[in-house]
Design a protein around this ligand. Sequence first.
Ligand SMILES: NC(=O)c1ccc[n+]([C@@H]2O[C@H](COP(=O)([O-])OP(=O)(O)OC[C@H]3O[C@@H](n4cnc5c(N)ncnc54)[C@H](OP(=O)(O)O)[C@@H]3O)[C@@H](O)[C@H]2O)c1
Length: 295
Amino acid sequence: MEEMKDKICLITGANSGIGKVTARELAKRGAHVIMLCRNEEKAEKAKEDILKVCGHDRVDIVLADMASTRQIREAAVYINQHYPRIDILNNNAGLIMGNKRKTTEDGFEMTFGVNHLAPFLLTHLLMDQLKASPQGSILNVSSEAHRYAKLDFQNVQYEKGYGGLKAYCLSKLCNILFTRELSKRLRGSHIVTNALHPGAVASNFGRDASSLFGVVIQLSKPFMISEKEGAETSIYLATSKEANKANGLYFKNKKPIQPSKAALSDHNAKRLWEISEELLQIHFDPQVKVSVQKV
Ligand SMILES: NC(=O)c1ccc[n+]([C@@H]2O[C@H](COP(=O)([O-])OP(=O)(O)OC[C@H]3O[C@@H](n4cnc5c(N)ncnc54)[C@H](OP(=O)(O)O)[C@@H]3O)[C@@H](O)[C@H]2O)c1
């Protein structure tokens, strides 16, 4: 299978679960895969597994902890210097935390920081690389959990009333709002962006969540779909010509479905964009050239 041989695909959180299967399957179809991971040892082990089955050696690791804007910036500088373009950016890395509120290196609530602000910043910094592709595609891994989110723009980082599950649901709503607003701002370009729900997947997800949710996830594993099945919608969106015509949509089981009312609100999407720009101290205009610098 060589259908992806001219594509360069960057996948965050590619060392385990859905991200690893996505990386492996795209590599097997001939893609040059960049695995953006935070843990070198885990990333090397995953890369070894992928190399055994993909039939070429174009599988690279770039290290960055998505809980650090400094590391995201450094990774983006490296990627901009070492690759001619990015054809597919799969914002897949994500976590759910326990019920003790934690913050990132930059002081952002951890779930909001890693699951929303990190892909927002990374996408901004890689925009010129995506524009260099004849047909760029940005895939954001969201979740049906977004339907349970309570969006309060005064409290997006849960300074008040924090709970691990609440923060997770909100971050997954943010993934869809980001996708919709980005698709609008990219109109007229050759880049498309879509969000997706992978299914309830028996991955490592939630293993560190000491909350009740973490326990529920562990107990539910026998009833969940495999990581391979969980990666199917990501792979479909990355490979199918038909999917490349979709823009700003939310997919489940390889089909676009209607997300929640809050996710469809243009006001929410615009406001979230502005808040994210303010917090990250960036101006993210996808139509404008980005100067990627270390801080
Ligand atoms: N599993 C499900 O049922 C389910 C359902 C809906 C949506 N999702 C979404 O699917 C995506 C992938 O999850 P999964 O099920 O494959 O879980 P997973 O096996 O736990 O994989 C998550 C990946 O994200 C990485 N990651 C987490 N925090 C990071 C950070 N600060 N910096 C860099 N990488 C980080 C992890 O790295 P480490 O290995 O180093 O921790 C891992 O590679 C997530 O966005 C999740 O929200 C999952």
